[in-house]
Design a protein around this ligand. Structure first.
Ligand code: PLP
Length: 440
């Protein structure tokens, strides 16, 4: 164990981490196995994985069927190219399956290995779409403050959380941000987007991108009329609407895709995470029939965009098995039902514990927001790191959650595996009550 910690410090640069902390403290937990909603570390301590790790292990840990699907596919054909006119059956089957699940106007898929690659691919595809129609000046992307779209060059630039730009500077030009509806309401956000578009020049705007629910920004649920208004706004200006369903896709919010709650169809949708529940890296962009039609008609020569793993047969086999499990076991429905229980529990906690300012949730994507004085809308001083302390108290009790503390907020996020059961939701809520009570 000591040796592992030493090698971890010396050789492993952790993603999204404090390199200094890692050097000083070493790995806090070395996970060894997972089953259902639980993870166990090398010391035998068991945790509820209340974040589905990174909002992605939708079917829960330890599902042997996925390993079996990967093994069978690897035995037969682990990998071959999908470039140009090469193809293979699992990826064709998966494209068809996703087209069947997605909104009826979205039927063609470009595959990637994750969410960031998907969003960067969407930005390139949408710029290409305008170029081949003789409008190369339409190249800017509008996104929302507190939105999170990943860490590749375009995805970082579209992300509306400034902390992500500090590391290497704003990576790309042509990305502009408008107010989130969570704090500004539908009309406030729409007004802000219109102002941004007018200031930049509507003829320079290629697309608008948003998550149906802002996840990493703090599970910020928009008002129910928001995406209807977004659809109208995008149609008014003739701009492409990209839904980033990387977290909300594949059952997370109690529907197959998050935007289904508003009944709105986007022009492009990006996905990743829940498509394989993390058992294999995979993501993609689904484009509308209209966009696909323009690409087919006007895109000349080679589309110079393709990752080695765009259309990985083993990833596709794993995704097909994962989606089969989601459907067979009714996990979308379970997400809705257990999400209702979780939200009800959050509401009870809010009634009892004075420092809870807001609770929210759609399906199994939820959050509890802490405030020093909710009646005065007064937040805690950031130096107190209140959310961080609650996360630590949860950790001590064997629950893994995530704190969001941007712009002085103290938010505890929840995104448990969709297989969670009623008793487990209750345990989670009890531990949350204890942890918050201990801190304040
Ligand atoms: N988009 C959203 C909404 C996300 O939450 C994430 C990751 O958390 C991404 C994109 C980036 O995905 P990845 O980390 O797979 O690149």
């Amino acid at each position: 164990m000591d040796q592992l910690i030493e090698w971890d410090k010396k050789h492993f640069i952790h993603p999204t981490s404090s390199i200094r902390d890692q050097q000083e403290k070493g790995a806090k937990v070395i996970f060894e196995k997972g089953e259902g909603i639980y993870l166990t570390d090398k010391n035998g301590k068991k945790y509820i994985d209340a974040m589905s790790s990174l909002w992605n292990v939708n079917i829960g840990h330890g599902r042997k069927e996925l390993g079996e699907a990967a093994r069978q596919q690897m035995d037969q054909l682990a990998f071959s190219s999908a470039f140009s006119t090469f193809s293979h059956e699992p990826t064709i089957q998966l494209a068809k399956k996703i087209a069947d699940l997605a909104p009826s106007n979205l039927n063609a898929i470009f595959f990637t290995s994750g969410g960031s690659e998907s969003n960067d691919s969407a930005f390139k595809l949408v710029r290409h779409y305008w170029r081949i129609q003789g409008q190369p000046e339409r190249n800017k992307i509008v996104s929302l403050k507190r939105g999170y779209h990943g860490v590749a060059a375009g995805a970082t630039s579209a992300t509306g959380i400034p902390e992500f730009w500090d590391m290497a500077g704003q990576l790309q030009s042509g990305f502009v941000h408008a107010a989130t509806p969570y704090w500004e309401g539908t009309q406030g956000s729409i007004k802000s987007i219109r102002e941004v578009i007018e200031a930049e020049g509507p003829e320079t705007i290629a697309a608008f991108i948003a998550e149906p629910i802002q996840g990493a920004g703090g599970v910020l649920v928009p008002p129910s009329d928001y995406f209807q208004e977004i659809r109208k706004l995008c149609d008014d200006y003739g701009i492409v609407f990209i839904a980033d369903e990387v977290i909300t896709g594949f059952g997370r919010t109690g529907t197959m895709f998050g935007l289904e709650h508003s009944g709105v169809q986007p022009d492009m949708m990006t996905f990743a995470k829940g498509v394989t529940s993390g058992y294999f890296p995979l993501g993609g962009v689904i484009v509308s029939d209209q966009i696909h039609g323009v690409l087919k008609e006007k895109s000349m020569g080679t589309l110079f965009h393709g990752f080695t793993y765009s259309g990985h047969p083993t990833a596709a086999a794993v995704a097909l098995k994962n989606i089969e499990i989601i459907e067979k076991e009714g996990l979308v429905e379970n997400s809705r039902k257990m999400g209702e229980l979780l939200l009800e529990g959050f509401k009870k906690l809010k009634a009892d514990l004075q420092i809870i300012g807001d609770v929210r949730g759609v399906g199994l994507l939820g959050a509890v927001e802490l405030m020093e004085d909710p009646s005065a809308n007064k937040r805690f001083s950031p130096e107190l790191k209140v959310a961080g302390k609650v996360i630590e108290a949860l950790h001590q009790r064997g629950v893994i959650c995530r704190a969001v503390a941007y712009e002085g907020t103290d938010i505890i996020c929840f995104s448990p595996p969709l297989v969670i059961k009623e008793e487990e939701v209750k345990t989670l809520l009890e531990k949350l009550r204890e942890a918050i009570s201990e801190v304040a």
